[in-house]
Design a protein around this ligand. Sequence first.
Ligand code: NAD
Length: 343
Amino acid sequence: MKRFDTLAEMGHEEVVVCSDPSVGYRGILAVHSTKLGPALGGTRFWQYASDEEAITDALRLSRGMTYKNAVAGLHLGGGKSIIIGDNKTKDRERIFRAHGRFVESLGGRYITAEDVGTSTKDMDYVHMETSHVAGLAGKSGDPSPVTAHGVFRAVQASANRRWGSDSLEGKTVTIQGCGSVGTYLAKELHEAGAKLIVSDIDSAKAARVSKMTGAKIVEGDVIYSLDADIFSPCALGGIINDSTIPRLKVQIVAGGANNQLLEERHGDELQRRGILYAPDYVANAGGVINVYGEVAGWDAQRALDKADDIYDTVLKVFDIAESQHIPTYEAADRLAEQRLAEA
Ligand code: NAD
């Protein structure tokens, strides 16, 4: 009974526990909401400590996708699936085809894609059993340029709210992480006239961005305490926390990394210190916009154009935060709930 209480509390429509012992497959498909369209969210392949932990993660991540997709203004609900096991296994075809069969059994209420521990090749196996899968090789391709463009627009919207202009000319932006998103973002910021300071644990990646944009390179934790205008986290989650917040001298935090706030209270703390935070799942929605484009048959330009709208969405979030006197991460949730209520 407790489980049904949890589902009701979190608002899930359907959670399916799937098993095919003949191929060593154990999966969970969580459909949080189909109010705005089919529930889209990736497949996470992970060795959880317990079944309970896996179910909790599926519930939490699928609800997160509902909010992310709603705020992005897409015709999509939120879902997520989990395969429990060692994601380094070589025995992938049987496992992912089993997964595909269970995805197919939901008849299109849930669309899957890549996530932690899975690859486009794994999605090809899923595709052998169902058409309800996106992020396939040779289709919408690398989402990073679209994600980075959305983050760039979030940075512009934040600059506008803080300084009254979109212009980034002469502003100093620190970027943590010179991977796929960080690199494309650095390019756009550089073209917009920003001065860049970057860090990456992989020095070759930082050097490549520096060569391309003239960015200064710093090592390790120094990135948090620099004299700069904007901090753009594009590596790991949880980097806005008790240890880093007191070091920040920037006026804006806007980046592509998922789950930037270690805990929600750290969003409250940013607000208390007058640091404007563009909520991560609003800023980095370009990734899901790109996947949606594949489902909807968009070309690459149309996905980029849609990511442009992130500018207006971020401003809307700031408006809600100001009018309701709440932190911006909470305002993003209110905006998602508003869209869901209107559906
Ligand atoms: P990536 O793996 O290409 O890049 C991450 C980079 O961060 C790597 O170069 C890595 O060396 C570096 N890094 C790791 N730890 C670091 C540290 N402590 N300090 C500095 N650098 C560090 O990943 P990505 O695709 O660019 O994604 C970056 C972030 O954006 C992730 O949090 C991801 O979940 C999120 N995100 C990505 C997309 C997308 O389209 N790729 C979409 C939405 C969200």
